[in-house]
Design a protein around this ligand. Structure first.
Ligand code: FCB
Length: 468
């Protein structure tokens, strides 16, 4: 048996997102978001499920924070619903919405838990989508205004402000493949959305610096670990192209103040990028206190020969339209198992590989802001949920993170996805990621074995790796 020890200063947390847990979709003046519209459109989500009720966290938040406290976690990552605090996405702020998040933040502080607030976890006010959504520049300016309102209200009571969650998904799944809201399939719009999300990040980051100078600033990216199927020049080039679309389209402007030249060249057939105005990339490069990284599984690519059967197994949902705009000649290969209930391959060493990016950006601390797994949990006769596969997944990935730390990477914290079972976007309620089970008939919360395991890890900092 080997036990690995994390220092006391290492931050253990759990993560959630507003639309996935809050419910109360029309209560207290909340306006509609693109996810309300999308989930209420027949055929868009599994079984037509919506976030109308979700885990009813809007009413049960205090009890949910008690669970975070009982887990002994140092931080809680949640998101603010834009249409709850500024229903139409512009103009006056809505006091009832601000009050909800103010109570939540105070509730965390009273329990000794650091609030880590994400400004945008995909629930764009519908009115802004009606005016063009992320492909239009004005949405970034609206976001700056929204950021001013929430930072003015919550300020440095929030320990860490995260501007965006996974802008990759907002842009490419929302406007490219259409498997996320708003469900558009327009390649050029997807790239314009990439840019306006980068710009929005920078504008909101400046707001945090001005209005909450003692708060930390971050963004969360779902960086992809992309491996070529062979070392042929064509496969290696396919991996480079996907790396540009998946990773460097965001890391470039945000960390170095420029889009990579190869990304602009690769996508020249889709757009001329004329929506990038002089100075935008510098705005996007607002210095970050911590870069949030979400990781679940890895990606294997090859150059497509133009005639053999494609597998398109990129793990990002089925659509006739690819999220990989301008890269139709790249195929995504199935990976060896085991898999989670999402069909995602389990590949912990890829997390170590991913975190090495910390060495490419020296001086940039990292945080894992999401990692976790959906499995078909069963409630046993004893009333418990023996989710050994989830524990094994977490143990191996936390071990992979420890490997990166031993290699000198500055990873400061880990947030398990997720605190609670919740609305898993297009997959509805079928896919359960929580370390706490939610019975959607009664809204009862039950700790799974993984919650007990995670509590022990957070309390002792000792990772038991006996099975490896
Ligand atoms: C991430 C999302 C999060 C959740 C997990 C499983 O892409 O940020 O909301 O859906 O995947």
């Amino acid at each position: 048996m080997t036990a690995r020890t994390f220092p006391e200063s290492f931050l253990w947390g759990s993560a959630t997102a507003a639309y996935q847990i809050e419910g109360a979709a029309t209560e207290d003046g909340r306006g509609p978001s693109i996810w309300d519209t999308y989930s209420h459109t027949p055929g868009r989500t599994l079984n037509g499920e919506t976030g109308d009720v979700a885990a009813d966290h809007y009413h049960r938040w205090a009890q949910d924070l008690d669970h975070v406290a009982e887990l002994g976690l140092g931080a809680y990552r949640f998101s603010i619903s834009w249409p709850r605090v500024q229903p139409g996405g512009s103009g006056r702020f809505h006091q009832a919405g601000l009050d909800f998040y103010s109570r939540l933040v105070d509730g965390l502080l009273e329990r000794g838990i650091r609030p880590v607030a994400t400004m945008y976890h995909w629930d764009l006010p519908q009115e802004l989508e009606d005016a063009g959504g992320w492909p239009v520049r004005d949405t970034a300016l609206r976001f700056e205004d929204y950021a001013s309102g929430i930072v003015a209200a919550l300020g440095d009571r929030v320990h860490t402000w995260t501007t965006l969650n996974e802008p990759w998904c907002s842009a490419y799944l929302g406007y490219g493949s259409g498997v996320h809201a708003p469900g558009r399939t327009e390649p050029a719009a997807a790239l314009a959305a990439v840019h306006h999300l980068n710009l929005a990040h920078g504008l909101a980051g400046r707001v945090v610096r001005e209005l909450a100078p003692t708060a930390e600033l971050s963004v969360t990216l779902n960086l992809h670990v992309i491996r070529p199927a062979s070392d042929s020049a064509a496969d290696v080039d396919a991996a480079r192209r996907i790396d540009a679309l998946a990773n460097r389209a965001f890391l470039g402007p945000m960390l170095t103040g420029a889009y990579p030249a190869d990304l602009l060249a690769d996508t020249a057939g889709v757009t001329d990028w004329s929506f990038v105005r002089s100075g935008d990339e510098k705005v996007a490069a607002v210095p970050l206190d911590v870069l949030g990284v979400n990781y679940y599984s890895s990606t294997l690519v090859r150059a497509w020969d133009g005639h053999s059967a494609r597998s398109d197994s990129d793990g990002h949902g089925a659509s006739a339209h690819s999220p990989w705009v301008g890269a139709d000649d790249v195929d995504f290969l199935p990976q060896p198992g085991p898999y989670t209930a999402m069909g995602w391959n389990i590949d912990p060493p890829a997390l170590t590989e991913l975190l090495r990016l910390g060495r490419e950006y020296p001086g940039q601390p990292l945080m894992i802001t999401e990692n976790g797994a959906a499995f078909d949990d069963a409630v046993s006769a004893d009333g418990r949920i023996h989710d050994d596969r989830r524990i094994d997944y977490l143990r191996r990935h936390i071990g992979a993170m420890a490997d990166a730390r031993e290699q000198g990477v500055d990873v400061r914290g880990y947030f398990v996805w997720s605190l609670l079972d919740n609305f898993e976007w297009g997959y509805g309620y079928e896919r359960r990621f929580g370390i706490i089970r939610v019975d959607y008939d009664t809204q009862e919360r039950t700790w799974k074995d993984s919650a007990h395991w995670y509590r022990r890890l957070a309390a002792t900092g000792e990772l038991d790796q006996a099975r490896d």
